[in-house]
Ligand binder design. Structure first.
Ligand SMILES: Cc1cc2nc3c(=O)[nH]c(=O)nc-3n(C[C@H](O)[C@H](O)[C@H](O)COP(=O)(O)OP(=O)(O)OC[C@H]3O[C@@H](n4cnc5c(N)ncnc54)[C@H](O)[C@@H]3O)c2cc1C
Length: 429
């Protein structure tokens, strides 16, 4: 039977939701004066909200150890959902407690700021949500002409100000600060998250690796291929199917890190190849890059290869790829040329189908079967292409537009596939 990689994800959720707030609630409940009994529940809500908010900030630092275990897209989803849950609890806290003066002011400011930022972020920063709700996605696409991604990132960072206000709010409540064991947890957790955040912004960038662009060419009407040499192969841990964050420190307008998937098997060559579609300001400006341009690289991130390693090596691999979402899967196939692979790859237009030469070469190997077409595959087409007994001996890798990925996940599950058999990574968070 195939292992269920989702166990780690579910365990992660349980730890975040229940285990983390436990020492805070425990120490608090031992020290709360009985005269506040009617507010106990609301005080606990506020405490859990703060712990979840701190955890959400920690997750935003892209912890690498968690990425390999769970995957950044899922981490960002937990980050978003925990923040929303925290704001709901903060509301219950606000409604269930009485306060005055600066205690009230700091609490109210923090809550209003969190609430406003949550509404903003649900549109601009929650790709996991907008990709599932077409209406929100339409609003996002329309407003993004003004509120560019980089601006949204800065606005989103105001959550730190709101968290600082909560910190001050708590420090002002004398009957809480009198509970020393609770305050020890509270201050330590805050200091740890602050330290992790500052390190991710100030120290981690110093560890980004420097690469060099050696070729930059168009491989279809709107897709550009960059080949980048890596500094020393041993210094950067890349797996096939990974993505890296890159920026170009010497080129104005290209200094923000953006994520792109590898389209080659990195271990073999000491270079990385990225296929990048011109979707916005950053990606369209890549045509100005000359050979020799310095690239900063942070990575690798991703779980396609980790997922395959968790499965029996004898499992067949079925790949459903659409549009530019094929890139990490091209890399994955290249690294697994001895496996039984079925690649079903489609794009809206003939011109958008990239790496057809590679795909034709794989076809000659005998164990890799590729179907490439313009326009999405039909359900019955896919079913016909699946290996015999696929419910027990096959894993599915999916990459492409969000809508397409969710369609196949839903369809495969409706045909009897288990969650642990399917892996996908979204291109939007
Ligand atoms: C894991 C992952 C792998 C990806 N791999 C590829 C790939 O191989 N090839 C490819 O063409 N594209 C890939 N993308 C998408 C690519 O990162 C975006 O298209 C690109 O960052 C858009 O930047 P822009 O300024 O050109 O466009 P914009 O118009 O600024 O943004 C278009 C959309 O991209 C998203 N985006 C913008 N900046 C960032 C950022 N810094 N971080 C995360 N999301 C951002 C936003 O949701 C935005 O709505 C990948 C994305 C992710 C998350």
């Amino acid at each position: 039977m195939l292992k269920k990689h989702r166990y780690s994800f579910e365990l992660f959720w349980l730890i975040a939701i229940f285990l983390l707030p436990l020492p805070f609630i425990q120490t608090l409940s031992n020290g709360l004066p009985i005269i506040y009994q009617s507010e106990f529940r609301a005080i606990y809500y506020g405490t859990i909200a703060y712990v979840w908010m701190l955890f959400a900030i920690y997750l935003s630092t892209k912890p690498k150890w968690l990425d390999r275990l769970i995957g950044l897209p899922e981490i960002y989803m937990v980050h978003g959902m925990l923040s929303i849950a925290a704001i709901i609890l903060a509301y219950l806290h606000k409604e269930g407690t009485t306060s005055s003066g600066w205690i009230k002011t700091t609490g109210d400011w923090a809550f209003d700021l969190f609430l406003g930022l949550m509404i903003y972020s649900l549109i601009f920063m929650a790709g996991w949500l907008t990709s599932r709700i077409p209406f929100l996605n339409t609003i996002k696409k329309f407003l993004e002409k003004i509120f560019k991604h980089e601006l949204s990132v800065w606005i989103h960072r105001l959550n730190l100000v709101a968290t600082a206000l909560v910190f001050i709010h708590v420090q002002l409540i004398s009957y809480i600060t009198a509970i020393k064991p609770f305050m020890a947890w509270f201050d330590l957790a805050t200091a740890f998250v602050l330290f992790s955040y500052l390190a991710s912004k100030l120290v981690v960038p110093l560890t980004y690796k420097k690469g060099t662009v050696i070729t930059n060419k168009l491989i279809s009407d709107n897709v550009r291929e960059l080949t980048i040499t890596l500094p020393k192969r041993s210094e950067i841990q890349l797996l096939a199917g990974d993505y890296v964050f890159i920026s170009f420190p010497d080129i104005q307008g290209l200094t923000e890190m953006h994520p792109f998937s590898l389209s080659n098997a990195p271990a073999e060559t000491g270079t990385i190849v990225l296929a990048i579609r011109g979707d916005g300001d950053f990606t369209r400006a890549l045509d100005q890059l000359e050979n020799g341009t310095t690239v900063l690289i942070d990575g690798g991130y991703g779980r396609y290869e980790e997922f395959l390693n968790e499965q029996p090596q004898s499992a067949n691999i079925v790949i459903l790829a659409g549009g530019i979402g094929v890139t990490p899967l091209i890399s994955t196939v290249e690294d697994n040329l001895d496996r039984n692979i079925k690649l079903l790859y489609s794009a809206h237009n003939q011109a958008d189908l990239i790496y057809q030469d590679k795909i034709s070469r794989w076809q000659t190997l005998g164990n890799i079967d590729c179907s490439v077409q313009v326009g999405r595959f039909k359900n019955n087409q896919v079913i016909q292409e699946l290996p015999r007994g696929w419910q027990n001996n096959t894993v599915f890798l999916i990459g492409g537009p969000s809508k397409m990925m969710h369609h196949w996940i839903h369809f495969l599950k409706s045909q009897g596939a288990k969650s642990g058999q399917i892996y996908f990574e979204e291109f939007s968070w």
